[in-house]
Unconditional design. Sequence first.
Length: 249
Amino acid sequence: MTEIPDDHPRAESLRTRHRIEAGVEAGITHPQGLIAEGRGEAFDYLLGEETIPSADAAERAAAAALLLADHPVLSVNGNVAALVPDELVELAEAVGADLEVNLFNRTDGRIERIADHLREHGAADVKGLAGDAAIPGLDHGRGTVDADGIYDADVVVVPLEDGDRAEALAAMGKTEIVVDLNPLSRSAQTAAIPIVDNVVRAVPNVTRHARALAGAPREDLERIVDGFDREAALREAERTIRRGRLVEE
Ligand code: PTJ
């Protein structure tokens, strides 16, 4: 990997790009993940490559919803496995969630490689290999999940999710937390809690909030979830992107 100087103004963004490239080389990330990364980078650039206040509010509401959940599950695809494996394991531990590999471009080989990768980063148990249940309304590949994982979950975190699947999961009555840099994507528009932030910032931020809220009374957590205004958050993100924030080249 080319050395990226720390003082490069966009060092973090360039490192993120290299992690996706390495993920493709390792057979973890799908080649289409490179295109998804490019789209994400464009939105992130316009957001100023930082967590805007409405995204931080969404991250806090997400932490509260995960702490309130009976069975929270974090869905892992090829992009997030390459970008934030340690951070996903930490979030799962902080909120008592399962990790489930769930792929848009599903192959058994890639599921196994991602599960191994997460275990190398400290995950005790990784779901997704059973594939013994189906999300109603989706074709076989895209709808396959684990019966004791996403199928059974009441709260699901779906980073960089495809719109059809986000809608189908919401139709099952699950509380959906989506991480997507595009506030206009169907996934963000469908989510109970849309987090318009880069997954590399969003996942550690949700963990930080969860640690701060651990042990809080249920009523306090419920107040945080109920007080989150998804429409206002989506509007603020879109307004910020349309205006564009200055990021040095
Ligand atoms: O590993 P698989 O087979 O499950 O495939 C995963 C990808 C991401 C390739 C697949 O779901 C896909 O093609 O996604 P899309 O339709 O390109 O959507 C990706 C969305 O995520 C876009 O709205 C991007 O703006 C957004 N995005 C990309 N990178 C990030 C991001 N959002 C947050 N953080 C990022 N780093």
